[in-house]
Write a protein that binds this ligand. Sequence first.
Ligand code: TXA
Ligand code: MG
Length: 325
Amino acid sequence: MTARTSDIARAAGVLRAGGLVALPTETVYGLGANAEDPAAVARIFQVKGRPPSHPLIVHIAGAEHLGDWVEEVPATARLLAERFWPGPLTLVLRRGRRVPLEATGGLETVAVRVPDHPVALALLSAFGGGVTAPSANRFGQVSPTTADDVRAELGDAVDFVLDGGRCDVGVESTIVDVTGELPSILRPGGVTREDLEAVLGYPPAVPSTSHVRVPGQHPSHYAPRARVVLVEPEKVIAEAELAQELGHQVGVFLPPSFTDAPVKAHAVVTVPGSMAAYARGLYGFLRELDRQGCDLIVASLPAEEGLGLAIANRLRRAAGPRTTA
Ligand code: TXA
Ligand code: MG
């Protein structure tokens, strides 16, 4: 199942030839291209159906290469890179000359990360350059956390899929902007706000969820086909049963404290009590309820601390208005 040495060599060749490779990371699968090849980068946008103004993340093999891709490495960036890389943290810095504007959506800043996955790291080392990779899903859809998800999502549009098993973290990296005076979190993810505070000595700023203005972040994103409705945990069962009675095919995200309750709905997922397990399973649960033919998913938000912050962010956006996507 998992990629072999020959697969890594083949994938590196595909990247060198300007092709697209789906690669596993610890967060979600990425759709990778040679970061320095504008034509290959343009193909990513085409395959994803993503607007070209949406910036991509450049994946590199190690923190020691960061200086090659950015104009300068401020002390805070150095500190966070040393502490969290390889890992689910993306740093936004001033763009180095090497990064084409196609990869940054025209911005003078660039997002960079070192993924914590042996297959991704082997590919990055074998390839020797940077790999721009957004999540390997069509624009606005649920991110893939297995190689099968990627194949179901992109099929032949990708030249090669590297299989690295199920992603361990399950939600995307935390994006931290370190271009300003103080670091701020642009997207919550696998590295928690509490982890960042422990290293920085102060809490990084988190923009309020009501006015997310990060380029490439739409209110509706990470969305399954089924409509997602968020209610208080104690109202999940009643809301689901009512909608089911009204003729919907309802999928339920049952909060862990209600596991023994029978629910009259089309499909039920019991949400894990551990936030790490919940994050790991989240996108798979959404995909599974789609597969089972649900047209409505009733869920509640976890407490917004630790990984719960990233899970709540993805659920809110899965439930967001779809007109803008
Ligand atoms: O975990 C992850 O980060 C995954 C894996 C594959 O590495 N990648 C991922 O990429 O989630 P994507 O393209 O789905 O999300 C990247 C987001 C963009 O939507 C954008 O909001 C932000 O990163 N971003 C990228 N460059 C930026 C920049 N220069 N300034 C601000 N935000 C940026
Ligand atoms: Mg994405």
